[in-house]
Ligand binder design. Structure first.
Ligand SMILES: [Zn+2]
Length: 179
């Protein structure tokens, strides 16, 4: 059984600390595996009374935000590990890899975790290129011309939206200093 440190918690509405415990319940989020076995924490969450008479909130639960997101069924560190595997291997292969590592999840969940991960800050690049990987598909489905503008130094994505027919792709770069 895992318990939160400290004897009290702050009311999320008024920020006044309270030590008046009104009860508790147990959450069982999945955690990093151990010795190839899945691990679920038994985390005791306490409910407190807010003693601030001016506060509209009567009770609140403590929030282990460093350990897991609100209402999450997995710890942050497990989400980070699963997301890293998904980013490296892709959602389908990542889900297959995670199963023997005892951190199973579905491809859809991996996609959701990856979509929530903030992208690294984009570095300015003076040299841009067009990734026309979709060109064979466009010819096959007779779709409007599209392509992605990418930086040639960092291989980062600059613009992914389809170009308006007839639009000069140079109009889609963000800086006049870019070539
Ligand atoms: Zn309060």
């Amino acid at each position: 059984m895992v318990r939160m440190e400290g004897t009290g918690a702050r009311c999320p509405a008024c920020q006044v600390p309270s030590h008046s415990v009104r009860g508790s319940y147990v959450r069982r989020p999945a955690d990093l595996s151990s010795a190839r076995h899945s691990v679920h924490l038994a985390l005791r969450i306490r409910r407190f009374c807010c003693r601030n008479l001016e506060c509209t909130r009567r009770t609140f639960t403590e929030r282990p935000l460093r350990l897991l997101f609100s209402r999450a069924r997995r710890t942050r560190r497990l989400a980070t590990a699963q997301c890293t595997v998904g980013m490296t291997a892709g959602a389908e292969c990542g889900a297959r890899l995670l199963k023997p590592l005892a951190m199973p999840t579905s491809p859809n969940t991996l996609l959701r975790l990856m979509s929530r991960t903030p992208l690294p800050p984009r570095k300015d690049s003076r040299v841009l290129g067009i990734d026309n990987w979709a060109l064979p598909l466009q010819l096959q489905f007779e779709s409007p011309p599209s392509g992605s503008v990418v930086t040639l130094h960092g291989h980062g994505l600059v613009v992914a939206s389809p170009a308006t027919p007839g639009q000069d792709v140079r109009d889609r770069s963000h800086s006049p200093s870019q070539e």
